[in-house]
Design a protein around this ligand. Structure first.
Ligand code: DHB
Ligand code: FE
Length: 280
């Protein structure tokens, strides 16, 4: 049977990708940020997952404003990255698991989450930056991946509570897969940031830290916030934080905090890393 061992959150800021490509990890701007990822990488070595379900938002590479599904799942055996204009080099192909994806899609749709199923999917910085943060030191990606894209771009967006519920349905879907597989969920994006308009550069450190605390034992607090409230507090792109709730919903009610790291700013964003392990 497939088993969820834990999950993690991470921001996906493109500048991180540029820093990794340029080998800037030990420079003054980046050292503290990248040092914070070492315990997460060690945890991944310890739990040794077979597959990562990576919850992220596409920013216009695969879906554009004329055509955005609310919830989409990759159902392919491989996924490519491509140039999206940030100057990031395209990564190696990611291996998927179409059979597992179709099982998840079927289970989620049976649970009334009407997923868009994508047999071709380009994955953008929302996907490749988290993968690079964990595994860029290896010659190839050591896990299979399933992309799960949430619309955080074109309003109307799904609510925080709907994202938590999607995560809970995802848990049922994963745990009903008959093949053996160790699964880790990545909930990516956030934390507070606004890249445009009068409030460009807005960050709310108190809100970010409260979310990192509350998501562990009281995710309902975050799920109770409206999207307009989250945008008011955390900025227009701070709404990406709703994707963390998909990861949290997929884990057990009781989780252990393995590692927590917050660094601000990274580019224009508060950056949060949280590693959670399922308690028995
Ligand atoms: C930045 C953050 C993002 O989440 C993103 O998608 C693009 C840029 C930033 O802070 O630069
Ligand atoms: Fe983003």
């Amino acid at each position: 049977m497939a088993k969820i061992v834990g999950g993690l959150t991470t921001s996906h800021i493109p500048a991180i990708g540029l820093a990794m490509a340029g080998g800037l990890e030990n420079t003054p701007y980046w050292k503290r940020f990248f040092d914070g990822y070492e315990p997460a990488k060690e945890w991944l070595v310890k739990v040794d997952p077979d597959i990562v379900i990576l919850v992220y938002n596409d920013h216009g590479l695969n879906f554009f404003l004329d055509n955005i599904p609310t919830f989409a799942i990759g159902c392919a055996d491989q996924y490519e990255n491509a140039d999206e204009g940030w100057g990031l080099q395209a990564t190696a192909t990611f291996t998927g698991d179409a059979e597992f994806s179709w099982h998840l899609a079927e289970s989620l749709i049976r649970q009334d989450f009407d997923m868009t199923t994508c047999q071709e999917m380009l994955v953008d910085h929302g996907f490749i930056v988290p993968m690079g943060l964990m595994w860029r030191h290896l010659p190839e990606w050591p896990v299979k991946t399933i992309p799960l894209a949430i619309n955080t771009l074109q309003h109307p967006l799904p609510s925080a509570s709907r994202c938590l519920a999607l995560g809970r349905a995802l848990r049922v879907a994963i745990e009903s897969y008959p093949e053996d597989a160790k699964v880790v969920i990545f909930g990516t994006g956030g934390m507070s940031h606004q890249l445009q308009g009068e409030r460009a550069g807005h960050i709310d450190v108190d809100f970010d830290l409260k979310c990192m605390e509350k998501i562990v034992d009281d995710p309902e607090w975050m799920a109770g916030l409206s999207n307009s409230k989250i945008i008011e507090i955390a900025g227009s792109e701070g709404i990406e934080i709703i994707m963390w709730l998909v990861m949290r919903g997929a884990l057990n009610d009781n989780v252990k905090v393995v590692h927590k790291h917050y660094h601000v700013p990274v580019s224009n964003t508060g950056s949060g890393l949280l590693v959670l392990e399922n308690s028995a």
